[in-house]
Every structure is written in C-alpha cells, then in structure tokens.
Write a protein that binds this ligand. Structure first.
Ligand code: DOR
Ligand code: ZN
Length: 425
C-alpha cells in the first residue's frame, strides 16, 4: 500500500512545522517528505486543517487476553487503540495465566499479528505468576520480544527480589516498570485517604502506599546505577521525589494517566464505580502537581492504564467493584482539552509525551518521529473538532469510562500503522 498525505502540518516533539508538507508512505516506511509530492498509485489523504503526528504509543494497557476475554480481547483492544489514535500499545501481564514465559508472549504476538491493526508488544511479569516469590526468566522474555517487565496491578514488595530484577534487567537491556503500592499501607482502601473518604464513609488508601515504593525504587536505581520506570504517578509527593532524583542524575522515568490530571477524589462522590481506579483519584493539589510534572518533564509520558471491566463486574457497590477504567479512546481528547487547550503544554510536548518519549523509554528506534526512514506510523488529529463521549461510541468491549457525557476538544481522524490506514473517522 502506498499512501500520500497531502497538506500535513507535521508536529514532532522538537518542532511544529508552520508550512504544510506532503508525506509519502511506502512498504511500511516514511519514504519522502516534501512541499509537494506527486504519486499516481497512492491512496491520498488530505490533511488540510489537521495536525499530523508520529503514531501515538501507549506503554500501559490492559488487554484481558488470555483469561477475561469477556472484558477485552487483543482484537477489541486493538480496535479501541486505533480509534484512539494509537499505533503501538504495550499490554500488561496481569492476565490469566500471567504473561511470565516465552510461550504466552509468542501467543500474544501471534494473535496481534492476525488482528493486524496495531503493534502490540506484551510486557512480561517480573515474578512468576506475579506472586512476588520467584523471578521470571528475564532473558527468556527479552529474547521472546518483550521490551519491559512489570508486576503491574501490584508492586514487587520484596526489595531483594526487586533488586535482583533490576540488576538482571540491566544486563538483559529490558525496562523495569513498577506499580508503586505498598500493600500493607493500601490494604482495604478503595479511594484516596483524606477528607473526601471520611465524608463519604469509604475506606481510603494513604498516598504513603505509593510514595514509599517510589522512594525505595529511586534508591535501588541509584545504588545499581540502572533504570526504572514508574507507572501511573498520582501524587504531588511522588512528583517531588522523581524531580529530585532526576536532578541527582538517577535514571528514573515516569508516566501519568489522563484521569490523574483530570479527575479528583471529589468525583468519587458520584459513587460511579468507573471512578474507582488504582492508584485512586487524588486531590486538586495532586492534579495540579501532575500537570506541573508533565509540563516540566518530571513526568516523561502519558499512558492510559486502559483497564476494561464488564458492566456486571462494575455494577456492584463501590467497595466491591474492581479497580480500573478504560482510556484508549479518550486519551487524545482529554490531553488536548485539559493540557493543550489551556496551554499547560504545547502540541509538540503532547507528541513528546504520547509518542517520542515512550518510544525512547522502551527502545523503539524507528518510532516516535515523523522523518524519512522511520516507520510509517502516523496519527492525524482534527484539533478543532468538539465531540461528546458517548457510551455507544466506544469500540472497546467494556464501557467503564467516567467520562461518558463529557464534551472534549480534539479528535483523531486517521490512524496509519505500518503504512496501512487502520482507522478513518
Ligand atoms: O485501576 C487499575 N486497574 N489499576 C491497576 O493497577 C490494575 C488495573 C487492572 O488490571 O484492572
Ligand atoms: Zn495498569
């Protein structure tokens, strides 16, 4: 397939072009960028009035295959991803069985290839069965194609195990992603511990559960002189710890989710179980700090933590509902509405947070930039388009979004992955 994008205002992380360009895509690569390209056999996409970005990359997604295909499958998750403008997604290993060996990794790659819409890269577990007892074979997972390992859903609490994991990961050149939650400190808590949890009479979990693990992992990364990536940061104190660690030259990177810069614990007062997420929605002050962290580079990237759950599972009282909300189809709209429109970040920074930085963090060398020779993964956005989030428009198998009914500005119009148009509005 040959695709020619005409009149493209290209946004890269280092520069937003002011002059429109044409972009020619052939055999899965960006082959030419020039003011005017002619090609008779190409499918033409006119990007007049739109912004053309490197394909968006989400390094934190939950597809529920294998095990809970009633919530999401690789296929439905991939469809949701391209609908949301993503060309690469990395899926967490808290499936059943857990992604902790090469055989399961292979099966996910195989199914993703059959589906063919988007690059799906499985994240391996850190401990076998995510039981925090015994390390996986990190080299085996790396050879199978994993770029990262994580016990996401929970922390590696055993510090000696985490130390070994980080040491082996350094040798295998694979990224360790930590879900920061000390389980004794968070035990039983289903929302943020504070004034709101007291008022609502819901058991809260202290922010300490997050920050003690952030602090521990910073110490481990410093001691071992290696990298660690912090999943879904939600607190002012976490941002402060990471900012300080970066100043000291410690190799730490961090991500935040749209819901953590959009919603607060006050939104839990609706008792809408879609607002139950882990880490929980925090205070206004924490939201402000996450935005500052995104703006100043303390938070490197934006991820969704797309966590599909069936209506049946979520339609119980708040205390018993599972944690998590879907995010793939609202991430672009929320980021534009909450960060770009109010000028917290620029368009170029949005591209950095949603494509260039994640590519770099996990080591995807041919992605994250629109440039000749790079992979033909491209997302086209209409920056002016306002749209309402509607339950019936989600293509994800699950509909657990607290954003239903909101009006967002900025919508994905075209997603191109590997030179193929995989979504068009
Ligand atoms: O809200 C969450 N849902 N947080 C997690 O860490 C796990 C995720 C899930 O798998 O549902
Ligand atoms: Zn997660």
């Amino acid at each position: 397939m040959t695709v020619l994008i005409k009149n493209a205002i290209i946004v890269n992380a280092d520069k937003m072009n002011d002059q429109p360009q044409d972009i020619l895509l052939e055999k899965g690569s960006i082959v030419q960028i020039a003011p005017s390209i002619k090609n008779d056999k190409a499918t033409v996409i006119d990007a007049q009035g739109k912004l053309v970005m490197p394909g968006l990359i989400d390094i934190h997604v939950h597809l529920r295959e294998p095990g809970r295909e009633d919530k999401e499958t690789i296929e439905t998750g991939a469809k949701a991803a391209v609908h949301g403008g993503f060309t690469t997604i990395m899926c967490m290993p808290n499936t059943n069985p857990v992604i902790d060996n090469a055989m399961i990794v292979d099966s996910i790659f195989k199914e993703a290839k059959r589906v063919g819409l988007v690059n799906v890269i499985p994240i391996g577990a850190i401990t076998k069965g995510q039981k925090d007892e015994e390390l996986v074979d990190i080299f085996e997972l790396q050879k199978a194609g994993c770029l990262a390992i994580s016990d996401d859903g929970k922390s590696v609490v055993n510090s000696q195990l985490m130390r070994l994991a980080m040491d082996y990961a350094k040798m295998a050149n694979i990224l360790v992603i930590e879900h920061c939650e000390e389980p004794l400190l968070s035990a039983g808590g289903v929302m943020n511990e504070g004034k709101m949890s007291t008022q609502l009479g819901i058991k809260g979990q202290s922010g300490l559960a997050e920050t003690v693990i952030v602090a521990r992992d910073i110490e481990l990364a410093k001691y071992l002189d290696t990298k660690v990536h912090m999943a879904h940061m939600s607190l002012r104190r976490s941002v402060e710890l990471i900012r300080q660690a970066k100043k000291e030259g410690i190799q730490i990177t961090a991500e935040a989710c749209p819901h953590h810069f959009t919603l607060t614990d006050e939104d839990v007062s609706s008792f809408n179980t879609s607002t139950k997420v882990n880490p929980p929605l925090r205070t206004k002050d924490d939201v402000a700090a996450i935005k500052e962290g995104i703006k100043d580079g303390t938070i490197d990237c934006i991820v969704t933590d797309h966590a599909p759950h069936t209506q049946e599972d979520k339609e119980v009282d708040f205390e018993h509902a599972p944690f998590g909300m879907i995010g793939l189809e609202t991430s672009v709209g929320l980021t534009i509405t909450e960060l770009v429109e109010p000028k917290v970040i620029s368009w170029a920074q949005m591209v950095e947070k949603m494509s260039t930085a994640p590519a770099k963090i996990v080591g995807l060398e041919k992605k994250g930039v629109i440039q000749e020779g790079m992979d033909a993964d491209i997302t086209i956005i209409d920056p002016q388009k306002e749209w309402e989030v509607r339950r019936e428009d989600f293509v994800s198998k699950s509909k657990n979004s607290p954003f239903i009914g909101r009006t967002l500005k900025g919508q994905v119009t075209t997603t191109i992955c590997g030179g193929k148009v995989v979504y068009q509005a």
